[in-house]
Design a protein around this ligand. Structure first.
Ligand code: SF4
Length: 397
């Protein structure tokens, strides 16, 4: 299959791994002049899709000890704060409302229950595969208010925006969005402004970048001095991107490079960006789970489309709710802790009984470690070095 098989080719992967080992050997811990003088080189993969692929193919186990992959805050389900989930549950409990959303978010715990539990208690909550499905439900039920609980980075924002434009064109008045779309670059800047985070470079998210392009990451390279390589999702993509980051570090360069040029253009997708610009406006602040309030990091509906804004149509409390005391999701999302360092990982918190969002989402770091058998990374790894996908009996989706 074109553009798939060649990016899963074990021989290519082995060749890149040898190059990674050669570069990493130039950065031994303690080496003078190394950016990682007393620790491994720490490269963050921002996107939860990359985290999932890294575990699926056992890539982290193939790397030399002097290179460490850090899992970033790029899973939109994981970063949704409890207060926003409580708002969604409040909406769903309104007997006039049909709440529609993607399935991943149903089991994320709010402060006292999840959307799934609210549904079991009678709330009319329906899983959809696109916002257009939600619009069709609104057209089919003119006597009810249909709200789409919209989440996601710039990847999904265009389809939400185009749905609002379609609702406006069709004059659908019983459809609205509870908009929770977020922006990736402000989140990276918030991470880089944290004093306890030691990162040497980034593997940039492929799907977001198909929309925004590679250019917006220049601020990360120019202002913060961290290389960024936009990456595809196959194992050879990820290894090549890692090698490109390391090559920048070893040669003293710092820029944005695009490994995923087969799908990502420098300036992104003009049609998608145009739809976002028409329908949304940037919020002054948005709360992220684990990262707190981040300036200019979320989208809300532009006043021109206020009739489709659930936050205008309905009264929502917008509570701030702290995470469960035992939950380390915030530290996982900032990359300062690994899942197995959370006290309840794999015991009180499992995919069947999640305490935190990182265990619910298929893109969450805790779910990735759990589903691929890495309950304790100090144990021998279970994945093979052959790049065959690693399947655990715990894999559920
Ligand atoms: S194991 Fe559960 S509670 Fe702990 S950080 Fe992960 S999702 Fe949160």
């Amino acid at each position: 299959m074109k553009y798939v098989h060649e990016f899963r080719d074990p021989q290519r992967a082995q060749g890149i791994l040898r190059q990674i080992e050669a570069i990493a050997a130039q950065f031994p811990p303690g080496s003078p002049g190394s950016s990682a003088s007393d620790r491994p080189l720490r490269i963050m993969e921002i996107c939860g899709g990359h985290t999932h692929a890294i575990f699926k193919y056992g890539l982290a186990d193939l790397l030399p000890d002097t290179v460490e992959l850090i899992h970033g805050p790029g899973c939109p389900v994981c970063i949704m704060p409890k207060g926003r989930l409580d708002d969604a549950i409040t909406l769903a409990q309104n007997p006039q409302v049909i709440l529609t959303t993607f399935g991943d978010v149903l089991r994320v715990p709010g402060s006292s229950q999840s959307l799934l539990q609210a549904k079991a208690q009678g709330a009319d909550i329906r899983v959809v595969y696109s916002p257009l499905d939600a619009l069709q439900i609104a057209i089919a039920h003119p006597d009810r208010e249909v709200v789409f609980f919209a989440i996601g980075f710039e990847t999904t924002a265009p389809s939400t925006a185009l749905t609002v434009l379609q609702a406006a064109a069709q004059g659908v008045s019983n459809f609205s969005l509870f908009c929770n779309h977020v922006l990736v670059v402000p989140a990276l800047e918030a991470l880089l402004n944290q004093p306890d985070l030691q990162l040497d470079g980034f593997i940039g998210p492929g799907h977001v970048s198909m929309v925004i392009g590679a250019r917006p990451y220049r601020v990360i390279a120019e202002r913060y001095g961290k290389p960024v390589v936009v990456s595809g999702f196959e194992p050879v993509d990820i290894l090549q991107s890692l090698w490109m980051v390391l090559d920048q570090l070893v040669t003293g360069r710092c820029t944005v490079e695009n490994q995923y040029s087969r799908l990502v253009a420098e300036d992104g997708n003009a049609v998608a960006l145009g739809a976002i610009a028409q329908v949304f406006t940037v919020r002054e602040q948005f709360e992220w789970r684990g990262l707190g309030e981040i300036p200019a990091s979320g989208l809300r509906i532009h006043p021109d489309y206020a009739q489709f804004d659930a936050e205008v149509k309905f009264s929502l409390p917008h509570p701030h709710v702290d995470d469960h005391r035992a939950c380390a999701c915030g530290d996982i999302l900032r990359g300062v802790k690994k899942p197995w360092e959370c006290k309840v990982f794999g015991t009180a918190c499992t995919p069947d009984s999640p305490l935190g969002a990182c265990m619910v989402s298929s893109e969450g770091a805790c779910a990735a470690y759990y589903n691929y058998g890495q309950l304790d990374r100090r144990r021998p790894a279970t994945s093979s070095a052959s790049l065959a996908p690693s399947h655990s009996s715990r894999v559920r989706r």
